[in-house]
Design a protein around this ligand. Structure first.
Ligand code: PHE
Length: 510
């Protein structure tokens, strides 16, 4: 057991809110509606729900349970389960660190747009001007060259982003528990205001029909299933070291089975609410066909076009612009800090370091690295790194975690931990075991192979994504992936170099 004092959640609701805060992020606001638009609305919703129930929820329960049982971040928890599996945990942690670096930049963009929302007051009806607001502000070249142009406003907002992230997690669960009360409810209020506006626009009904009525012909398209699987894992914040860390601060009384259900369904409800906002607003302004699946385009290019068409009053439009971007800020912040918290927990547990100092150092290092994405080349690099982290690293982590728990360990032991304090609802063994042992690794493997095939066939250039050079994929993709995989072995080397290091020999005991 770590000698440093570990934090713990002040109450059950603090944990639930923090986990919901992490799960509910930019992914709900723009990726979910974008994917629904791509895949026949209601059909995507149904498949998403199915995948969430069958694989997402058991995986979420598993991560929280191993964290709670071992009171350690993911590397330490996996090590206690099976000695040799610690590097899988470090793979998750290092990938989470990479995600934190660029997620902070997206967070900075939404802060910047909130500040810049007054610009919408003067461009009523001018969709061309609206679609350029963001690109002008961030001074992007759209390619992997153009390091010379740096956007000072983005750097300013990035500084604000990192200060906010650090402030929220500086005392671990102590501060997180307090801020999530606001960061979880504020975006819901904003979304309700925006949904209210959207629902009263003419054309709103058409939008709702597109969002809710399933077009079952899309069900036979494998890309629908692949996208739904990816979105479920991304949205629940699993395989990112976060949920294990948040679980590790839980007390013995927590009811993991029930709390995981609450977390997953709240996350889903907020995705649906965001879908209502986007589908009604886009439909009301005639933009429905322009929604992009990745979301960045939707949030920064297409949605601004809707903003200038919302009303004839510039000031009113600017106010709605502010509400939208402020909402995105509040959605992003608790996801952004949760990911740093996951990394910090893993490192401070491993080397018995002061949690606060570790968090500060991580914010500084990640903050400096994130400057890379504030240059003119930043957007293209962000796109490449994001693609690799989500399409490959995250999925590999998931496959490996499922193999360690499902095959090298015993999922029934983890289930016992999940169901330890349950009253009415117990997670059934068949559901949990089939999912962790078979369905999760198989679907993730399918997803991984699909992504790999599209990587090699999609871009034309060997191993390159569409539009980016092989060299940039080599650096932003393969190299970062290799470093993340190697991170566990690097940690091992550091451990061997530290003279007084005492290895953590705790084991999972029933
Ligand atoms: N679940 C988050 C979302 O939907 C994903 C995420 C979590 C990303 C934490 C980064 C950090 O946006």
């Amino acid at each position: 057991m770590s000698k440093q004092k570990r934090g713990s959640w002040g109450s059950r609701s603090q944990f639930i809110l923090a986990a919901i805060g992490s799960a509910v992020g930019l992914g709900n606001a723009w990726r979910f509606p974008g994917l629904a638009a791509k895949h026949g609305g209601g059909a995507f919703l149904l498949v998403y729900l199915l995948v969430m129930l069958v694989i997402g929820i058991p995986f979420l329960m598993m991560e929280i349970a191993i964290g709670r049982k071992m009171h350690r971040g993911v590397p330490g928890a996996l090590r206690a389960i099976k000695r040799g599996s610690e590097p899988v945990g470090w793979f998750a942690v290092s990938n989470a660190f990479v995600i934190s670096v660029y997620y902070a930049v997206v967070f900075a963009w939404v802060i910047l747009m909130a500040f810049a929302s007054f610009k919408f007051a003067d461009i009523t009806g001018d969709t061309a001007a609206a679609s350029g607001v963001w690109a002008d502000l961030i001074k992007t070249t759209g390619t992997t060259s153009g390091y010379g142009t740096i956007s000072i406003p983005v750097i300013g907002c990035l500084l604000i982003a990192w200060v906010l992230i650090y402030t929220c997690i500086r005392n671990g669960t102590g501060t997180v528990g307090k801020v999530v009360k606001y960061t979880v409810f504020l975006p819901i209020i904003c979304l309700l205001i925006l949904a209210g506006k959207g629902l009263f626009m003419s054309g709103a009904f058409e939008g709702l029909k597109k969002f809710f009525i399933p077009d079952f012909s899309t069900l036979s398209d494998p890309s629908l299933w692949i996208d739904a699987i990816g979105q479920v894992f991304y949205s629940l914040s699993i395989m990112m070291a976060i949920m294990v860390a948040y679980g590790s601060f839980l007390n013995e009384k927590a009811n993991i089975a029930k709390d995981s259900m609450i977390i997953a369904f709240s996350d889903f409800a907020i995705s649906v609410l965001s879908g209502i906002v986007l589908f009604t607003t886009m439909s009301g302004t005639g933009q429905l066909g322009n929604m992009t699946e990745s979301g960045i385009g939707t949030a920064f290019i297409v949605y601004p076009q809707s903003i200038v068409l919302l009303t004839n009053s510039g000031i009113t439009n600017a106010i709605f612009a502010f509400i939208f971007y402020f909402c995105l800020c509040t959605l992003a912040i608790d996801s952004a800090f949760s990911i740093i918290e996951g990394v910090s927990t893993a490192i401070s547990d491993k080397f018995d370091l002061n949690h606060k100092k570790t968090t500060l150092s991580l914010c500084l290092v990640a903050g400096i690295l994130s400057l890379w994405f504030t240059t003119g080349a930043g957007l293209a690099w962000l796109d490449i790194v994001d693609h690799w982290c989500n399409a490959f690293s995250l999925i590999l982590v998931g496959i490996l975690e499922a193999i360690v728990i499902g095959w090298l360990f015993n999922p029934l032991k983890v289930l016992k931990e999940v169901n330890r304090n349950t009253d009415k609802f117990k997670m059934p063994a068949w559901w949990f075991v089939i999912s962790i042992k078979i369905l999760a690794p198989l679907t993730l493997l399918g997803f991984f192979i699909w992504n790999l095939v599209s990587l090699f066939t999609g871009g034309g250039i060997y191993g390159a994504q569409d539009g980016y050079s092989f060299a940039s994929n080599l650096f932003g993709g393969w190299l970062i992936l290799a470093l993340c995989i190697a991170s566990g072995f690097i940690v091992k080397l550091i451990e061997m170099k530290l003279r007084n290091y005492k290895p953590d020999n705790d084991k999972w005991e029933d």
